[in-house]
Design a protein around this ligand. Sequence first.
Ligand code: GLY
Length: 406
Amino acid sequence: MKRKTFASALGLTLFLSSFAPVSAKNLTIWSQKAIDRAKFQLTAMAKTTDKQNLDSAVFPRTVKDNKIKFVGIYDWTSGFFPGSLWYAYELTGDKALAKEARKLTTKLSPLQYYKGIHDVGFMMFCSYGNAIRLASAKGDTEVLVNTAKSLTSRFNPKVGLIKSWDHEPAWKFPVIIDNMMNLELLFEASKMTGDNSYKNIAIIHADNTMKNHFRPDMSTYHLVSYDPETGEVLTKETHQGYSNSSAWARGQAWGLYGYTVCYRYTNDKKYLEWAEKIANYIIANVKTEDKIPYWDYNAPKIPNEPRDASAAAVTASALLELSQKSASGAKYFSYAEKILKSLSSDKYLAKKGENNDFILMHSVGSFPHNSEVDVPLNYADYYYMEGLKKYTDIIKLNKTKLSTNK
Ligand code: GLY
């Protein structure tokens, strides 16, 4: 299969503006250093993971008690490390990374039939989705389409949403904003098969999330709980944020990314406008100098609260795509660039061989559960790699444009 570039996958050729020359100069300085560092860390991590995987299938998720915490395939984060390896391969051309990525991606194959959680989009699109894009192997597409089928089994037409978790009795039909991240898998499955039923479910889910998850200021609730019989909204709450009325940082980022993807696949302007409004909310409400948010925008002890590099990485990746589609692209590009530069500074980017071989420091998994606070997380690394890839593509496109205009 012909290798599909990341830029063409995102339609980045659509909108070439003139805001990049300064950044083009910078590419060789900070972003190249970041890519080299990421490659070093991921290569070391792959070696350690290989040793762990001699008679099991485990994936590095975070650091606990100063050791890498490995998880099995059913953990929601299992696809991120293979995905980071795919991006590192794409950014560096190092075939050894592709080999490692393929090995780990294949281990996730049983998940194509897993119907126990909404997170299969994360697990399989970050791994198999990138594999198909970069080095598709026989059967990969079927695996992804089967996964999409499994995900649609969680869609309830009465509610008009995909159920996130099976956590009764706490909730009968919970939907978290994170679920917007699983729609990319459905859109792609429709593209692959020509069967629009996946895409239609994604659109219904996105529309109902617009209706029920967002507050008038465009911040989002983390969790909305529904009655599965009537579709009625029962509660609007948080699970990983500070309070039911607060803005959990990663939730804002998931929403932004999700609607940016909806626009990519539908060209429906309402999703573009929604993503822009979320972006504007984020830009207006992240008050930190370096643009890396605290774990919740309303955390009570700011400035003495942990930052969440993962939320920042997801935001940067989404904004880079939005920057190529929005009339306010320059603003979004510049904000995303600031985030990536901060993440690539000594404050967040691990030194070679440190941080248990994760790339970024200082993320938060779930503060209220005192779980994974101020630690490396594999999804922070994944979206950072994705952001670096998008950034590189945009800079290169603009360089080409500048040189052809001479
Ligand atoms: N989807 C779980 C999280 O963002 O922590």
